[in-house]
Design a protein around this ligand. Structure first.
Ligand code: SF4
Length: 427
């Protein structure tokens, strides 16, 4: 077992209301103070024990690349956000960049900016541009080549957005985009057309129209908070959003879509857990990509969430050269189950602008599903879906196990390719 070396059990004081390092929050302060008088306190105390404990790998990376920072700094999620890698110049100081990475440049001002937390950067191979997790966060020149069929908003979410920050595509549920900020930007992000544009959170005032929409639509029983990443918001804003939704009688449950436990596990503080557990039934969909992400820090963060009774599901985008083989996917799904996370979706990569280098064939996805179904625990098998371009929603895709029918006999193929007959009933 690793020794936790925080030095003296020092308690640090940090700004909460004013220390929104970064991003800032637009207009949130007044609202929060009205609704949550306890947050009028300008300071709170955060103990180092609040955060997940750094692994040896993290400590080595810290010592080498941030020699003036302490373990306490590393364990503070605000420090992680503040010290993220946000330019090629900064990345070059730590990583040996390939020409494809170096040439990604900044010529295209509409491009998704670079942002990688020091923690997630510690998982990156400094030498090899072929390393899977590196490919997902360091930009390459290929992003600037737009192919036929690609679009900035391929899922046409704008067309299903009745008011700002709401996507209402399915009858009984909505997507509530509460922020445009993520602590680490994935190069294949479906919402790269909207994330990072304001370089800050939207602010609670700007979510008012969305709250009003949900309140006035009794058919909405399920709200998925997404963005951007909702868990990059400060505690007080998360409380406000959850409390406000909880007061709406027809909202039966809330989901949060997040990559924070994977790229910024330090954010899963004891205080955040104590907040989230008050708003059950609350579910979390966590965005995982590769088994290399299953570190001791991530395990601790997910254990805290699971222990708080929050059902955890995973979402994984199928990416060429990253996770497009059976062994990698199986290893990821097995690792997730061990962390009490139920594999939920494998997504076919959406055809956003400049995504050709990430996209696989659908046949590849079917091969992976064939390699999982029947070959491992059912709980380890997620649903493979294609989010239909044009706004058709998620369409599940399965290998063909239904061979055909002969009268009242149905012929089926099992996971080994053997044929079996089932005596069907005519209704
Ligand atoms: S965490 Fe999600 S919203 Fe943020 S960049 Fe990655 S895919 Fe996009």
């Amino acid at each position: 077992m690793e020794k936790r070396n925080f030095g003296s059990p020092e308690i640090r004081e940090v700004e909460v209301v004013t220390d929104e390092e970064p991003p800032s929050t637009v207009g949130a302060k007044a609202l929060v103070k009205t609704v949550l008088p306890e947050t009028q306190k300008r300071r709170t105390i955060i103990s180092p024990k609040e955060s997940v404990r750094p692994s040896l790998r993290s400590l080595e990376f810290l010592k080498k690349n941030f020699p003036s920072a302490s373990e306490t700094d590393w364990s503070d999620w605000r420090w992680q956000v503040r010290n993220s890698f946000t330019s090629l110049k900064k990345l070059e100081e730590v990583f040996h960049l390939s020409s494809n990475e170096l040439n990604s440049g900044n010529e295209n001002h509409n491009a998704l900016p670079v942002r990688i937390t020091p923690y997630y950067a510690s998982l990156i191979d400094p030498e090899s541009a072929l390393q899977p997790v590196r490919k997902t966060v360091i930009p390459v020149l290929d992003e600037y080549f737009v192919r036929e069929g690609e679009a900035s908003d391929p899922l046409c979410e704008a067309a299903d957005s009745p008011v700002q920050n709401i996507v209402h595509r399915y009858p009984d549920r909505v997507l509530f985009l509460v922020t445009g900020f993520c602590s680490t930007y994935c190069r294949y992000c479906t919402r790269s057309h909207m994330v990072a544009k304001d370089k800050c959170h939207f602010g609670l005032k700007n979510l008012e129209t969305a709250f009003n929409y949900i309140e006035s639509h009794p058919e909405i029983r399920d709200v998925l908070l997404s963005g951007g990443d909702p868990l990059t918001m400060k505690d007080e804003d998360i409380i406000y959003i959850l409390a406000r939704l909880k007061k709406i009688p027809h909202v039966e449950f809330i989901r949060i879509g997040t990559k924070v436990p994977v790229v910024l596990p330090q954010r899963i503080t004891q205080r955040l857990i104590s907040i989230l557990r008050k708003y059950h039934p609350l579910w979390l969909s966590i965005h995982f990509t590769h088994p290399d992400e299953l570190t001791p820090e991530v395990a601790e963060a997910c254990a805290r969430l699971a222990d708080a009774g929050i059902p955890l599901g995973s979402q994984t985008v199928l990416l060429r050269g990253v996770n497009d083989n059976i062994e990698t996917m199986k290893s990821l799904m097995h690792g997730l189950l061990k962390l009490r996370i139920r594999p939920y979706y494998i997504y076919q990569c959406d055809p956003i602008l400049g995504s050709e280098h990430f996209r696989t064939s659908i046949q590849k996805g079917l091969e992976i599903m064939s390699g999982l179904l029947g070959h491992t625990t059912g709980y380890a098998v997620p649903t493979y879906v294609i989010d239909a371009p044009g706004g058709g929603g998620k369409i599940p895709v399965l290998p063909d196990y239904f061979v055909g029918r002969n009268g009242n006999e149905v012929w089926l193929r099992n996971y080994q390719g053997k044929l079996f007959r089932y005596p069907d009933k005519f209704e």
